[in-house]
Every structure is written in C-alpha cells, then in structure tokens.
Design a protein around this ligand. Structure first.
Ligand SMILES: [Zn+2]
Length: 415
C-alpha cells in the first residue's frame, strides 16, 4: 500500500537539501553540489525500493525493476529533482517520489509486473541555469549534440559541456544517452503550477496537452554614453528600446485570446548598469507559449517584427538569437481515457486539462503512449519558495499512478 508516512518523511528530508546561502526556498540548480546531493538521496530511495540503477552520459538516473518477462517493453515513469533559483520543494519532487513509492509499495504488496519497470530521474529539467528546459529528456531522445552542449552557457559562461564534464560525465559521447529500448507507456506526476485545480476544488488533473515555449534572446546594441553630456536627440539608449520591446511582447501575446498565448520577458540585463551612463548593451530573454503551434508561431513573428521596427526607428543595431522552439504536444486520446479510468479506480475525482508549463513528458509523446497527472498547488504558486502541495493530494495521485502502472504492466493490456 502507498505509504503516506514515507512520502511525508522524504519530502521533509528533501526540504533540507539546498545550496547554503543561496537565498530563500530550494536552490538545487542543475549540476551544482546541492543538485548532486538531492540526486544521491533519491537514488538511495530507488535502491531501497529494489531498483537496479544505471546512469546515462547526461546523468539521467534510470532504476530498473525486472518483470516476469524481460523481453516485454518496459513501463517508464518518473520526474526531475533540480530546482529553479529560490524554487519550491514540490516541482519535480512530487513526481519522482510518487514513482519510487509506486515501486516500493508494489514490492511490499508482493505484486510482480509482467513487463519491466523503469523509474527515471531526469537531469536538468529546469531552464534556470542554461536557458533551455528538459535537457535530460532531450538527451534521452537523442535530440542533443555536443555542439549544443558547448552552445548552452550559464550566466557565468560555463558551458553545459563543461558542467557535464565536471560531474564526471561524458559529454563527448552524448549520443550514447539516447534511449533506445522499447517502451509500453510513460507516465509523469507533477504539481499543476497553476490555479485551475485549486479553484475548482478537484484533487487530480489528467493532462490533455502541453504548451511548449519558444525562447529567444534579444541583444540591443545601444551606445553607452555619458548621461550628463549627451543630449536626448543624440542618444541610442538600449534600455529605452528594451522597454518598448517588453510592452510589445505583452501586447502581441494578449492580442490572442483563443487559443491563448502567453509572453514573458523574464531576463533584462543592462550594461554597464551605472547611474551616470546611458544603457548601451541590453540583453532580453523572451519566452512565448501556447498549446497551439500556429498561435505561438504567429505571436513569435509579431514579436520579431516589433523588435526590428523599434530598433530601426531608434537607429540601434539589434541581434535576435533563437534559443529553442518547442512543439506543443497533444496527448493520445486512449492514454487520457485510460488515466481517467485509473483515477476512477483509485476513487479520486479528476478533470481533464491542458498544461501551460512544459514538462519532460512532452519529449516522450510520439515515442510511446505518454500521460501526465496533475495535483493542485497552493494559490497556483510554483517556482517560488511559497510553492506548496497537500500531502493528501500527493498520496492520492501516487495511488492513481500505482493503479496505472500495475494495469499497464500486465502482458495482456494494450491501449
Ligand atoms: Zn517540474
């Protein structure tokens, strides 16, 4: 039986693993010592649950439980344990702890699955460090090259390649991280990171689709002149151009109502950032999302046009760097209906809903029948020290995941 006590105790323990002095909340940025510590703890839980552990070239941890028939395709489930700067203790954590508990409770109950199970702890899901998300899944799907690893850099100029190497991994052979075994199903449990479930007082959400971000960096090459000696008409103020661009992103996204699009400028870096110097170089980080690929693409096009127009009008050179362009995914109908049935079997009320946030699962849709379950988080707050979820909801979703894994792992089952 799923153990509430174990889940509670493990959540409490993970609450203590964070970078000392890094600020409020949880700071387990990918490839830092605190991230490693969190991963070691979770790996130890996976071992206790009877999983045999392997790690790929990107550092994704995969725990294998043998089925009655090892020649059958495996059922994979899991999530991530890295955090954003000053994040919470539930994003990713709920999913990986639920996955481990499913295996542990299954063993205690004497349940042996027909097909093998693979519990996966993804590495570097958050984009907080390298500006691009779900890197562990992308490595497992064969979507990362060594050139990508060198191109992605953190704010200190450390490349993903170097970060992998400093953890004793093998970035030169990233292609070996590609997951090639046949899979029967993939599941991930996660907090909603929005307010829908809490608002409707429903403990579970079955995800129907996942919005994917398009991300770009905009480098505005203004002139850093003297703030006292340069008259207004002679200025090429990078921050003023940036201000117009930020509002243009808001306007372009807000203009699209159905399907909705959201646009955010979450990075603004002004150089040299001095009171007596006109801002010269300004860097913006832009994130645009929708569950409709078409609506997102046309918003991105509008934003790029606005950037060019604003900078041309101000006579300021500008460079737009495309960072990523994820494709929104739609879950397969039979998987959604199956998870609906598993919620019913576990006796938990649910609704079907789209996900506004990106998740590892989106990389597995198309490769394998893949599904996601959401639980509410308090006030919809996530990526924040105030992030919180109810233990009751975590126990419920673990039960639903357990039903799903046990049912799918039967040899006779097919979607
Ligand atoms: Zn997450």
């Amino acid at each position: 039986m799923v153990s509430r006590e174990r889940l509670e105790q493990q959540l409490q323990h993970l609450q203590t693993i964070t970078t000392p002095g890094a600020g409020e909340g949880i700071n387990r940025l990918a490839f830092t010592e605190s991230d490693e510590e969190g991963r070691r703890y979770i790996t130890s839980l996976m071992e206790e649950a009877g999983l045999s552990i392997r790690q790929d070239a990107f550092g994704n941890v995969i725990g294998h439980l043998a089925g009655r028939d090892e020649s059958l395709p495996a059922v994979m489930f899991g999530s991530h344990s890295d955090s954003v700067p000053s994040g919470g203790n539930f994003d990713g954590i709920v999913g990986i702890l639920a996955a481990v508990e499913v295996v542990r409770s299954m063993k205690e109950d004497g349940f042996v699955p027909d097909c093998p199970l693979e519990v996966v702890l993804f590495r570097c899901e958050e984009s907080g460090r390298f500006g691009t998300a779900t890197l562990g899944s992308r490595a497992m799907r064969g979507e990362l090259t060594t050139a990508d690893l060198m191109r992605f850099k953190d704010k200190d100029g450390i490349s993903l390649y170097d970060a992998l190497e400093s953890c004793g991994l093998d970035p030169a052979h990233i292609e070996t991280a590609k997951y090639t075994r046949p899979l029967k199903a993939f599941f991930e449990v996660h907090i909603e990171q929005g307010k829908v479930l809490e608002h409707r007082k429903i403990p579970l959400g079955v995800v129907t689709g996942i919005a994917a971000p398009t991300r770009m960096r905009v480098y505005i090459h203004g002139n850093a002149d003297h703030s006292g000696a340069t008259p207004m008409p002679l200025r090429h103020d990078g921050a003023c151009a940036a201000a117009e661009i930020i509002l243009a992103v808001e306007k372009a996204a807000a203009a699209r109502k159905e399907p909705p699009v959201v646009g955010t400028v979450g990075i603004v870096r002004v150089h040299p950032c001095a009171m007596n110097v006109i801002p010269g170089e300004v860097e913006l980080g832009i994130d645009i999302r929708s569950i409709s690929a078409e609506a997102k693409a046309s918003t991105v096009a509008d934003v790029k046009l606005a950037v060019e127009e604003i900078c041309a009008r101000r006579d300021i050179p500008v460079t737009i760097e495309d960072i990523s362009n994820g494709t929104p995914v739609v879950m397969e109908e039979p998987v959604v209906k199956f998870l609906d049935a598993m919620c019913e079997k576990a006796g938990v009320p649910y609704i079907e809903m789209p996900s506004g946030a990106g998740h590892d699962t989106m990389h597995w849709v198309g490769y394998v029948p893949a599904g996601m379950l959401f639980i509410p988080c308090k006030d919809g707050i996530s990526h924040n020290p105030a992030e919180s979820a109810e233990l009751d909801d975590i126990v419920r979703v673990t039960r639903a995941l357990s039903e799903a894994v046990r049912t799918v792992s039967a040899k006779a089952f097919s979607f």
